[in-house]
Design a protein around this ligand. Structure first.
Ligand SMILES: Cc1cc2nc3c(=O)[nH]c(=O)nc-3n(C[C@H](O)[C@H](O)[C@H](O)COP(=O)(O)OP(=O)(O)OC[C@H]3O[C@@H](n4cnc5c(N)ncnc54)[C@H](O)[C@@H]3O)c2cc1C
Length: 289
């Protein structure tokens, strides 16, 4: 492995300064569960690794009247061990609690999962259906980007050299809102999704009509896919098997998988349809309380 400097700034500004100085020769290090694997494989030609775990803003979980802010380095275990997050953001917990095993979850966070931008990432689709927004700090200041638009290709994101993901904001769930995420893997755990689906719904006050919906797909395209038409087909519909089946079929059409060692195009498309049906149903159950 190419030798590199280990830097551990304690403020966002310091981190941005060193990331800017090193340009594409530096990478932020959060839990390191992707970074170390890639560094050992010489995926990058690194001169510096910038440990961002010592920066307070990146390690905080904050609730306010608008919603929840999760620091980019908060480990998954701190997310699913937080009672309020478990109660209010069930789909987020679905994702955070299946990333690797307990050892991985004690280091790895949703920030690293998002910035690593794997098409199979278990954290990203739940963020999308919960309307998450990324707060990014860079040499030109702060910007906010919807997580829908964050990933641009496998291992590629909208982050520019010198930019640091500081936190992820999740708006406060509306009344009668529910979200859910699941993946298909051939084993029980510690595997990469063959296909995965997140869904969210917001129901009317009588809990029978779908007023808002969002569906996101993982492992069936180069980036997480927002299945817009599928979600829109649910809006204004009374909760019914027919409406759910229609959305699941449209989600299947939105998937653009490849055949590889983990699954074929046909299997993955079929999985998307089945998992979408299940996740919409689960999101509705959760929205009904
Ligand atoms: C054994 C094993 C099992 C795994 N199982 C799963 C799984 O089931 N599901 C899954 O989705 N993933 C899995 N992973 C991959 C990995 O654990 C996750 O993607 C994890 O969420 C990454 O988080 P991290 O904090 O470790 O990120 P890191 O490895 O620290 O960083 C990942 C990437 O993001 C960049 N980065 C980190 N923080 C920032 C920041 N604040 N700003 C800008 N860029 C940043 C890094 O430079 C790096 O490129 C597994 C990995 C291992 C080793």
């Amino acid at each position: 492995m190419h030798p590199f400097a280990y830097l551990a700034p304690t403020t966002v500004k310091e981190a941005v300064d060193v990331l800017t100085e090193y340009g594409d020769k530096a990478r932020p290090l959060a839990g390191g569960t992707d970074l170390l694997v890639k560094a050992r494989a010489n995926v990058w030609d690194l001169d510096a690794v910038v440990d961002v775990k010592n920066i307070p803003e990146l390690n905080e979980i904050n609730f306010d009247s608008d919603g929840l802010t999760i620091g980019a380095s908060v480990a998954c275990c701190h997310i699913y061990e937080n009672e309020k997050i478990c109660n209010e953001y069930e789909g987020i917990v679905d994702g955070a609690s299946i990333i690797g095993g307990i050892q991985i979850q004690s280091r790895a966070g949703l920030g690293g999962n998002l910035c690593n931008a794997a098409p199979s990432a278990d954290g990203i689709c739940p963020l999308i259906v919960n309307h998450a927004v990324a707060t990014i700090e860079g040499p030109n200041g702060t910007r906010e980007v919807s997580v829908d638009d964050f990933c641009t290709g496998p291992s590629r994101t909208i982050l520019e050299n010198g930019e640091l993901l500081v936190s992820i904001f999740l708006p406060k769930p509306k009344e009668n809102f529910g979200s859910a995420y699941t993946r298909f893997i051939p084993r029980n755990e510690m595997d990469i999704a063959v296909a995965a689906v997140a869904a969210s719904v917001k129901l009317s006050s009588d809990k029978n009509t779908i007023e808002e919906a969002k569906i996101a797909l993982a492992s069936v395209g180069p980036t997480p896919i927002v299945a817009k038409e599928a979600a829109e087909s649910l809006i204004g519909k009374t909760v019914s098997d027919e409406a759910i089946d229609k959305a699941a079929s449209l989600a299947k059409d939105a998937a653009t998988p490849i055949t590889d060692m983990r699954g074929t195009v046909e299997q993955r498309k079929h999985l998307v349809e089945v998992l979408t049906r299940r996740m919409i149903t689960k999101a509705i159950e959760r929205a009904r309380g």
